[in-house]
Ligand binder design. Structure first.
Ligand SMILES: Cc1cc2nc3c(=O)[nH]c(=O)nc-3n(C[C@H](O)[C@H](O)[C@H](O)COP(=O)(O)OP(=O)(O)OC[C@H]3O[C@@H](n4cnc5c(N)ncnc54)[C@H](O)[C@@H]3O)c2cc1C
Ligand code: SF4
Length: 479
C-alpha cells in the first residue's frame, strides 16, 4: 500500500463517516420545521425592515418579503396570504424547497451581521398553510372568458405558473403531460420527505377547478406533433424540463441493478402516492436490506441517498470525485444525510462495475485535486494504484440531466436549440424561433430550480398575453 493510500484509508476511519456509522438514526432531519403562530410572529418581528431589502432582490420572484414579515408580526395573516400570492404561484412549495441559504435568507441583513437569518422560507410556508386551512385560497374566478386558447406542454412548475396567470386573464388553457399526474419534478422527482405530495396535488386540483384542462398520459411528439398542436391553439408554451440522464461509460455498465436516479426516485414517489409499481413491488427498485452505492454529489444524489436510507437500506454510500468543500449539493443536506447514516466517500471515482449478471461491487479509484480547470474548480485526478472495491446490490447514477433532442422528438427540425440542446428563445419575449411558440423553465435554462421555473412561467404568460392581444387586433383589422 503506498503512502497516499494509507492516508486515505486512515481518513475513512475518521469523521464524518465514523459519525454516520455510529449515529445511524431513524430521527430523520426533514428540510423545514413546522411553525406555530407565536414562533412565526417572533421570527417575523426580527426583520429590521432595512432600507435595501437584499432578501427581496435575491429572491428570483422578488417576493415582497419585508412587507409580509411585517404583516405576520402584526398577526394580519389574511393580508399576508394575499401579498405572498401576488408574486408567487406556489409559496408553500418554495418556502419548503428553495435553497434559501443561496437566495433570500443567505442575503438577509441580520444574517450578514452575524445574528442568524430571519427564517423567511418557513414563514412563507406558514402564511400559505394558514391560507389553505382558513380557505382563503380559492379557485380562480374570471370576469370574462376570452375566445383564444393556449396549449402548454409540460405540467411542471413553469407550465403550471404560466397556466395560472393566463387563466386569471380569462384565456382557455390545456396542459399536456406525458405523465399520469401533473406536477413534473414536484410530483415524481423531489422526494416526499422534502415535499409532501398532497401539497402539489392541492395546487393542481385548484387549477382544475379554475377551468384549466389537463391532458395526462399525452406525449407531444408521440400523440400529436407540435405543428398539429399549433393549429389547435393560438399560442404554445414548451415547458418540458430536462430528463436525459448523464451516463458514465464504464466497463460493466449493462449489469442488472444499475439505475438512473429518476427511475429510483419516480418509483419511490409513486409508491408514496399509493400506486402499484411492478419494479418496486418485486424488490428490484426497493433499497430495503441492500448495499446501495449512489454516484454523484449534487442535490439529486442527496435525494437518492436519503430516500435509500428511508427504505431501510443495509448501507448507503455516496461516491464523489471531489472533496467535501467542492461538493455541489447543499451543505445542509450533506450534513443531514450523514446524520441519517449515509457514508460519503470523498475523492472517489467509480472505475468499473463488477458482477456476473447483476452488479456485485464497484471498483473505485482514489482521486486528488490538481490544477484549477476552466470552470475555476480544482480538477480531480486519479491516484495511481489506489483502487479499492465496495460491495453493491444496487447502483444509482445521479450525474445530472440534459435536454432530450426536442427537434427530433417533436418532429420539428426547424425548432432552434443551443449546442447543449436547450431551447433558444428571444430573451425579451421568451418566444422561440417558431412564431407563437414560447418556452420556459429547465428546457431553456438547463437543470435549475423550482423558483426559477415559476419565474419563467410567469414571465412567459406576460409575453403570451401581449402576443395574443396583437393577434386579435390584427384579425379585427383584417376583418
Ligand atoms: C431529484 C430532483 C430534486 C430536486 N430538488 C429541488 C429542490 O429541492 N429545490 C428546487 O428548487 N429545485 C429542485 N429540483 C429542480 C426542479 O425540480 C426543477 O428545476 C423544476 O421542476 C423545473 O420545472 P419545469 O417546469 O421546467 O420542468 P419539470 O418539473 O421537469 O416538468 C416538465 C414536465 O413536462 C413533461 N413533459 C416532458 N416532455 C413532454 C412531452 N414530450 N409531452 C408532454 N409532456 C412532457 C414532463 O412529464 C414533466 O411533467 C430538483 C430536481 C430533481 C431532478
Ligand atoms: S420564493 Fe424562495 S427565494 Fe423567494 S422568498 Fe420564498 S423561499 Fe426565499
Amino acid at each position: 500500500m503506498n503512502e497516499k493510500m494509507l492516508k486515505f484509508t486512515k481518513l475513512d476511519m475518521e469523521t464524518p463517516n465514523k459519525r454516520a456509522r455510529e449515529n445511524r438514526t431513524k430521527d430523520f432531519k426533514e428540510i423545514y420545521s413546522k411553525f406555530i403562530n407565536k414562533k412565526a410572529q417572533e421570527q417575523s418581528s426580527r426583520c429590521s425592515q432595512c432600507g435595501i431589502p437584499f432578501c427581496q432582490i435575491h429572491c428570483p420572484l422578488h417576493n415582497n418579503i419585508p412587507d409580509w414579515l411585517k404583516l405576520v408580526s402584526e398577526n394580519r395573516l389574511e393580508e399576508a396570504n394575499e401579498l405572498v400570492h401576488s408574486t408567487n404561484n406556489m409559496p408553500e412549495i418554495c418556502g419548503s424547497i428553495c435553497p434559501q441559504d443561496r437566495l433570500c435568507e443567505g442575503n438577509c441583513v441580520i444574517e450578514k451581521a452575524g445574528h442568524g437569518t430571519v427564517t423567511i422560507g418557513s414563514i412563507e410556508k406558514f402564511i400559505t398553510d394558514a391560507g389553505w386551512s382558513n380557505k382563503w385560497i380559492k379557485p380562480i374566478k374570471i370576469l370574462e372568458e376570452i375566445d383564444q386558447s393556449i396549449g402548454i406542454i409540460g405540467a411542471g412548475p413553469a407550465g403550471l405558473a404560466c397556466a395560472e396567470e393566463l387563466r386569471k386573464s380569462g384565456y382557455s388553457i390545456t396542459i399536456y403531460d406525458r405523465y399520469d399526474r401533473p406536477g413534473g419534478l414536484l410530483i415524481y422527482g423531489i422526494p416526499n420527505f422534502k415535499l409532501e405530495k398532497f401539497v402539489v396535488e392541492r395546487r393542481t386540483d385548484r387549477l382544475r377547478k379554475s377551468g384549466i384542462k389537463f391532458k395526462k398520459n399525452f406525449e407531444v411528439g408521440k400523440n400529436i406533433t407540435i405543428n398539429q398542436l399549433r393549429k389547435k391553439h393560438d399560442a404554445i408554451l414548451i415547458a418540458t424540463g430536462v430528463y436525459k440522464p448523464r451516463e458514465i461509460n464504464l466497463l460493466g455498465k449493462n449489469l442488472k441493478n444499475i439505475f438512473p436516479a429518476m427511475d429510483f426516485l419516480k418509483a419511490s414517489n409513486k409508491k408514496g402516492l399509493g400506486d402499484k409499481v411492478k419494479n418496486f413491488d418485486n424488490g428490484i427498485l426497493d433499497a430495503k436490506n441492500k448495499d446501495i452505492v449512489v454516484i454523484g454529489g449534487g442535490d439529486t444524489g442527496m435525494d437518492c441517498v436519503r430516500t435509500a436510507i428511508r427504505q431501510n437500506a443495509k448501507s448507503v454510500k455516496c461516491l464523489y470525485r471531489r472533496d467535501r468543500e467542492n461538493m455541489p449539493g447543499s451543505t445542509r443536506e450533506v450534513y443531514n444525510a450523514e446524520e441519517e447514516g449515509v457514508e460519503f466517500l470523498w475523492l472517489s471515482n467509480p472505475k468499473k462495475f463488477i458482477g456476473k449478471s447483476k452488479i456485485e461491487s464497484v471498483l473505485v479509484e482514489r482521486m486528488e485535486l490538481g490544477e484549477t480547470d476552466f470552470s475555476g474548480r480544482k480538477k480531480p485526478e486519479p491516484i495511481p494504484h489506489s483502487d479499492f472495491e465496495i460491495k453493491a446490490d444496487m447502483v444509482i447514477e445521479a450525474l445530472g440531466f440534459e435536454p432530450e433532442d426536442l427537434p427530433k422528438l417533436f418532429n420539428s427540425p426547424d425548432l432552434s436549440v443551443s449546442r447543449l440542446g436547450t431551447i433558444k428563445i428571444n430573451l425579451k419575449t421568451m418566444e422561440t424561433n417558431l412564431s407563437g411558440v414560447f418556452a420556459a423553465g429547465d428546457i431553456v435554462r438547463g437543470a435549475s430550480l423550482v423558483v426559477w421555473a415559476i419565474r419563467d412561467g410567469r414571465d412567459a404568460s406576460i409575453s403570451i398575453e401581449k402576443y395574443l392581444e396583437q393577434k386579435k387586433e390584427k384579425k379585427i383589422i383584417a376583418a
